[in-house]
Ligand binder design. Structure first.
Ligand code: BTN
Length: 241
């Protein structure tokens, strides 16, 4: 399904994807991958740290036809489930942390940056950037991160992981294009990090205890507090560990 573009060095696979799309050089689903990313971008203007030949840094360009704009969160579900399924072949403590991270043993192993472009009522394209710590040993101090190799205690073949990701994205993308939203939604929630556990959250008003109920169609986190109130949050309005 995917064309593959491999580059030795890129500033950012998401930026390169956007450049090729603007130049109208890409019309089919494509994966752009590099061994070395020099200026990787993360969520909310953060940078993304990767290690040459040890991390997987790639962007998947999709042209969704049957996913309505109001269901854009489905794209995040596709990518999260594909990563979940690929990684859980190696270790069974993988989970999907809202909104866009993959955790192993309570530590961040993968970050996802999805950048959509819209044309009228449809998607023009979706660029899904994936930064996965495969054999990494060094992490930025600011986050508690890990790599797949550290958690399974052996070196991992990055080509095998890439093959798994590609195959699983194709699988979940086809499910989405057939509008089988409930399959994606049910699986996503089954593997959602710390769902239904009492946790400490922090929003702009301060700290409180609540349980994650789930994520709604708009990708907002729904939690239930001790007084049984349902609270709904957008990305960056709330934190939890
Ligand atoms: C995050 O957790 O903040 C998201 C990180 C996303 C990083 C990936 S690496 C490949 C792609 N290119 C980028 O510049 N960013 C994404």
């Amino acid at each position: 399904m995917f064309d593959i573009i491999k580059k030795k060095v890129l500033t950012s696979t998401n930026n390169y994807a956007l450049k090729l799309l603007k130049e109208e050089k890409i019309q089919r689903p494509t994966i752009i991958i590099t061994n070395k990313q020099t200026h990787g971008r993360g969520q909310v203007n953060n940078s993304w740290h990767s290690e040459q030949n040890k991390s997987l840094t790639l962007s998947i360009i999709l042209f969704p036809k049957n996913i309505p704009l109001e269901k854009q969160f489905v794209i995040s579900q596709i990518i999260c489930l594909a990563l979940y399924e690929t990684l859980q072949k190696y270790i069974d403590t993988v989970s999907i942390k809202w909104p866009n991270d993959i955790y192993i043993n309570d530590k961040k192993t993968c970050g996802i940056l999805i950048e959509n472009a819209i044309l009228g009522n449809d998607f023009a394209h979706s660029i899904c950037g994936i930064g996965l710590n495969v054999n990494n040993e060094v992490f930025p101090k600011s986050i508690e991160a890990t790599s797949l190799a550290i958690e399974v205690e052996k070196k991992i073949n990055t080509e095998d992981i890439l093959e798994g990701i590609t195959k699983n994205i194709e699988k979940y993308y086809n499910i989405a294009e057939q509008k089988q939203w409930s399959i994606l939604n049910e699986k996503y929630h089954r593997h959602l990090y710390k769902r239904n556990q009492w946790l400490e959250f922090e929003d702009k008003e301060g700290a409180f205890v609540a349980k994650i109920k789930g994520v709604n169609t708009y990708g907002q986190l729904e939690i239930i507090d001790k007084e049984e109130n349902l609270r709904t949050y957008n990305f960056k309005e709330i934190t939890f560990k």
